[in-house]
Each structure stands twice: as structure tokens, then as C-alpha cells.
Design a protein around this ligand. Structure first.
Ligand SMILES: [Fe+2]
Length: 233
């Protein structure tokens, strides 16, 4: 699958991504790595790799472009998903935002923000190929592949922080699970104060962001994405 011809040639072949003909290193998340965040842990399975992360496809001024590939799979009672994490706080006091774009397939993003009283506010976004989505400042995020085809996503994010996985581990995953019956089921470990669905474009519009191709526009005009490093929302 050819993902890009310009500004660089990016091809996905099996587990490998080739950039201008050269394979990129990647890290994997296996089933056993996910045991703390699944609705139910499938028994009698081997330990397959569930998704693949290719970091630093491009890096300019401490902002990096990564790829994540999530092949289709049911894991226990859920559609396959990422582990989930929060970002750390920037100087603005807000946690760093992040931009995603769907390059192939479709995704459901579960975003959640912690309140002082231990409750969470949830935003759920369903996205298709081509959509750009902002992971809202102060919201943690999980990406789900709800389809029977491979999900490929690009993301742009500030390179100066480590993802925070603790809340997801402690609470057995995100505030909602997306089950094999295509239902959103609440995770009982959370008190949900508010849940709303947003379109991909609404996440951008909320912050006045206009972008149609993350990688091309990042290469042409990296300054445009400096808000990922210095958010001033
Ligand atoms: Fe993130």
C-alpha cells in the first residue's frame, strides 16, 4: 500500500514501512502488553503483536511525524485498540495537543479529560480516510480500529514529553470500550460527567486549525504546527 509519493515515498508492505525505499524500525504492542486495559483478556491465544508504531518519520524543530498501523482484530470482546495515554502539561498549563490523520481505513477515538472530582468528560470522534483530528488539549486518547481492514494513521506531536499511561492502567482502559457487537460500553471504573460525539472537523474548528494533509503541510510550513510545542489555547 503506497501511503505517500510526496514529500517522501512511503509504502506499507506487511509490517514494514519503507521511506524512499528504506525500511523503518518500529516498535510493537503485543496482546500481553494490553492485559491491564482490555475489557476481557482472551485465553488460549498466542501473544500476537496488535499494533505497530513507526516513530520519527519526519522531525522538524522538535515536532515529529509518526505512523501507527493497527491491523483488524477482535481482542477478547473488543475491537482492537491502542493502550491509551495522556500527555504532560505544557508551559501554558494545558496538556499538549496532538494531530492525527487517517491514511487508510477508519478509526474511533475515545478522548477523555480528568476533572478534579475524579470524574471524566468524554469526547468520541469517528473518523474516515483523509480526516484530520485534534487530540484536544487536556484529553487522553485511545484509537480503535472498528473495521475489518487495516487502520493506518499519521500523527504530529511535540517530541519533548513522554506519554502517561498510568490512568489507563489503573482504570482498566478508557472510559468506554467498543465491543465486538459495535456497542460503546461504559467502563465502570469511571464516573462519566459528560459524553459527547464530535466530527473530526469540529475538533479542529474549535481551535481555529485548518489543515488537510498533515505530512505535506508540515514539510512545507512547519511553523504552522508550532502550537503543538507551544500551545496557547
Ligand atoms: Fe498522544
Amino acid at each position: 500500500m503506497i501511503l505517500y509519493e510526496e514529500p517522501l515515498r512511503m509504502e506499507l508492505l506487511g509490517r514494514n514501512i519503507y521511506i524512499n525505499g528504506n525500511p523503518r524500525s518500529f516498535s510493537t504492542r503485543k496482546l500481553s502488553d494490553m492485559k491491564d486495559v482490555l475489557m476481557s483478556f482472551p485465553k488460549n491465544e498466542l501473544d500476537p503483536a496488535l499494533y505497530f508504531m513507526y516513530r520519527d518519520i519526519m522531525k522538524i524543530d522538535d515536532i515529529r511525524y509518526d505512523i501507527t498501523v493497527i491491523p483488524p482484530r477482535i481482542v477478547g470482546k473488543e475491537y482492537v485498540k491502542t493502550y491509551g495515554h495522556y500527555h504532560t502539561k505544557s508551559q501554558s498549563g494545558k496538556e499538549y495537543p496532538e494531530l492525527y490523520q487517517i491514511l487508510s481505513g477508519g478509526a474511533i477515538f475515545i478522548m477523555q479529560k480528568r476533572n478534579n472530582n475524579e470524574s471524566v468528560e468524554v469526547v468520541i470522534v469517528q473518523a474516515e480516510k483523509g480526516d484530520v483530528i485534534l487530540m484536544l488539549p487536556d484529553y487522553g486518547h485511545v484509537s480503535i480500529n472498528p473495521l475489518e481492514e487495516v487502520l493506518v494513521m499519521g500523527n504530529l506531536v511535540y517530541d519533548g514529553f513522554e506519554s502517561q499511561y498510568g490512568e489507563y492502567k489503573k482504570n482498566n482502559g478508557a472510559a468506554y470500550y467498543y465491543t465486538n457487537e459495535r456497542m460503546l460500553v461504559q467502563n465502570q471504573n469511571y464516573i462519566i460527567k459528560d459524553m459527547k460525539k464530535m466530527k473530526p472537523s469540529e475538533t479542529l474548528y474549535k481551535y481555529g486549525i485548518v489543515v488537510s494533509d498533515l505530512l505535506k503541510e508540515f514539510k512545507e510550513n512547519p511553523e504552522k504546527f508550532s502550537f503543538l510545542k507551544n500551545p496557547s489555547f
